[in-house]
Design a protein around this ligand. Structure first.
Ligand SMILES: [Zn+2]
Length: 619
């Protein structure tokens, strides 16, 4: 048995209450195998599909959610189709839903039917216009995305998370306590990476099973899975093979060059450096290509830019070769091997200049890496509308002029919570050649779903969550760390609003107790900035404690906390699913990716559902 499965079973962390931690969707095959014909193991009828070997359906144990694949084979040799199979009688076979079996099934499915949409692909319009939907609550989240894709007839980036920042990149490293930490300046500390608890393979596996369980795959709408912000270079060199291995099911890779760029020292003599390190024919091609996009760079500027980005680009090329090789080793089909590329440059300081975008895109082109999306910095703040729409239009127009010349779409990072007018500008300027990346929004929507639920245990979870963010805000506001203090006070001030005109309000920053009095006087709501900013840290905080050492806890204490979200009521699940779907419909409508009538019809339908089953039955 895989070590992670042993750990999960010993601590009663089952897929039913803590999904997507293990790469497998069957933690205990001996136990499931022994009861495959018991009434508690259900055949999921929506999941039927076919390969050359025969008819498949998913079996799921209702108590643990451990899963198996059942095959009704065309020939008697079915037992060897996947690993660890057993004969079921009546000619059928069953196999555990392991990670290895999933990879083999992907290939078998796509060899049999290249148009299949069970697995994420780079097909249809996904490389031109899409919405990036961060899936922080995994199985609670995907069915709503499937509903939205079906209702809008729009394939999107239906699974997306940053690895290793949000997802555990390697469950063995996690068990060995070897996960690195990610600095979070706004709380003045570093938190273990993988702060949402699920692993990249577990997410990859879960999002595929979700498509089958809701029957979404029968709609034949292509969708993608984005391995977001794959860090290139710097300290990540040491584990790039592990990152590549874990992301093998991703059909879309975002390259984040900032680790290498941050450690690249400025060359004393950029021209001499470039002459020594960059092939001359490549320099000529890049210069000509930048000029063809209508931009002029003088030799000095060009050399300085090239010297600063070349080491990162060279490492990006090396990593890209590895992503490609991993897919070629695992899959035989063209559709199964293909992936989209995004170049993320919004992490660089300041606004991205059109010249930088042009140089980066032409370098990728010269290195034979087609870039489907590029993400320049537009100065976005998460969950805050861009204040000046005309100014935003100008910024996007200047970037779009470059992107169009390279046949590349624009990725808008930190895309949550912009105004309808902002999204309309993004859609109009790019003609729908864009991706809006959203993630934090959906954690907030869980807050909304719980805070409006009438179920007592939802209400208790909501209260604990809200109080956690208040405690974090107050501790931050009186921290000796200047950044942490400034950020916390800004979040608190935004929540409290301007002081009343008569000036009677006490200063909330006189003391922690006056700050607490001020915050506790507010009616609890997920709409305060401090809730939005601190909420995600609660999910894996040991015991739900607002304590820096409790965050991102991959022990049973952290996962026990995570389990609270997976036991929310049917009412909260419905609220959450509707909210996610509404937001996707809103994004599709305002960006113009889907025509207004269709969006309006979808939104109206959503409001009528009184149960999640009713909503999902329409997929
Ligand atoms: Zn980015």
């Amino acid at each position: 048995m895989r070590r992670i499965n042993q750990f999960l079973i010993e601590n009663n962390l089952r897929i039913s209450n803590n999904p997507c931690i293990s790469p497998d969707f069957c933690l205990d095959w001996p136990a499931l195998r022994a009861k495959l014909t018991a009434p508690s193991v259900k055949e999921r009828p929506n999941t039927r599909f076919e390969t050359a070997d025969g008819q498949w359906v998913l079996l799921e144990d209702e108590a643990t959610c451990d899963c198996a694949w059942k095959l009704l084979p065309r020939s008697k040799s079915g037992l060897a189709v996947l690993e660890d199979g057993i004969a079921l009688g009546k000619g059928g076979f069953a196999f555990p839903a392991t990670w290895e079996n999933l990879l083999r099934l992907k290939n078998a499915v796509q060899e049999h039917d290249p148009g299949s949409t069970i697995f994420p692909t780079a097909g249809a319009n996904l490389g031109r216009g899409t919405l990036g939907i961060g899936a922080r609550f995994t199985t609670l989240h995907w069915p709503a995305v499937e509903w939205a894709m079906h209702a809008l007839n729009l394939g999107v980036t239906a699974n997306q998370n940053s690895i290793p920042r949000e997802l555990v990149f390697d469950v063995d490293a996690m068990l060995d306590g070897k996960l690195d930490t990610v600095p979070f300046a706004f709380i003045g500390t570093s938190v273990p990476e993988g702060h949402q608890g699920q692993s990249v393979e577990g997410m990859s596996h879960g999002c595929v099973l979700s498509k089958l369980k809701t029957g979404f795959h029968r709609r034949r709408i292509a969708w993608s899975f984005n391995a977001d912000h794959q860090p290139i270079g710097g300290k990540f060199d040491a584990r790039e093979d592990a990152l590549v291995r874990g992301c093998v099911l991703a059909s879309y890779i975002t390259f984040d060059l900032s680790p290498e760029l941050a450690q690249t020292a400025a060359a004393a003599d950029p021209r001499a450096w470039v002459t020594r390190h960059v092939p001359p024919d490549l320099i000529d091609r890049v210069r000509a290509r930048v000029a063809s996009a209508g931009l002029t760079l003088n030799d000095g500027e060009f050399a300085t830019l090239l010297a600063s980005v070349w080491p990162a680009l060279a490492k990006m090329k090396r990593r890209d070769d590895k992503y490609r090789a991993a897919r070629e080793a695992a899959f035989t089909t063209e559709i199964g091997r293909r992936y989209l590329r995004e170049l993320s440059i919004d992490e660089l300081p300041g606004l991205t200049t059109p010249e930088t975008t042009a140089v980066m895109l032409s370098l990728c082109e010269a290195l034979d890496m087609r870039i489907d999306f590029v993400a320049p910095a537009f100065g976005f703040q998460k969950n805050t509308p861009y204040p000046d729409n005309a100014e935003l239009r100008g910024l996007i127009e200047r970037q779009w002029a470059v992107c169009r010349a390279f046949d590349t779409s624009i990725g808008f990072h930190s895309g949550s919570g912009k105004s309808a007018e902002n999204y309309a500008v993004m859609g109009a300027v790019t003609g729908g050649r864009l991706e809006i990346k959203t993630s934090g929004r959906y954690t907030y929507e869980m807050g909304v779903a719980l805070s409006t639920s009438k179920n007592p245990s939802d209400a208790a979870l909501w209260r604990d969550w809200y109080v956690f963010t208040i405690d974090m805000a107050i501790a931050g506001a009186f921290s000796s760390d200047a950044t942490e203090q400034n950020m916390a006070r800004a979040f608190i001030s935004a929540a409290l609003g301007p002081p009343p005109k008569n000036g009677t309000r006490l200063n909330p920053f006189d003391s922690p107790s006056s700050c607490r009095r001020a915050l506790e006087a507010l009616p609890p709501s997920p709409d305060y900035m401090f809730f939005f900013e601190y909420n995600f840290l609660f999910v894996l905080a040991a015991g739900g404690r607002p304590d820096k050492t409790a965050m991102g806890d991959h022990s049973p204490a952290g996962y026990g906390q995570r389990a609270r979200f997976y036991s929310i009521s049917a009412e909260a699940r419905l609220n959450f699913a509707k909210a996610i779907a509404h937001y996707i419909v809103f994004l599709a409508a305002t960006t113009g990716l889907v025509e207004a009538n269709r969006c309006a019809t979808a939104a109206a339908r959503l409001d009528h559902y009184s149960s999640l089953d009713e909503m999902l039955a329409e997929i």
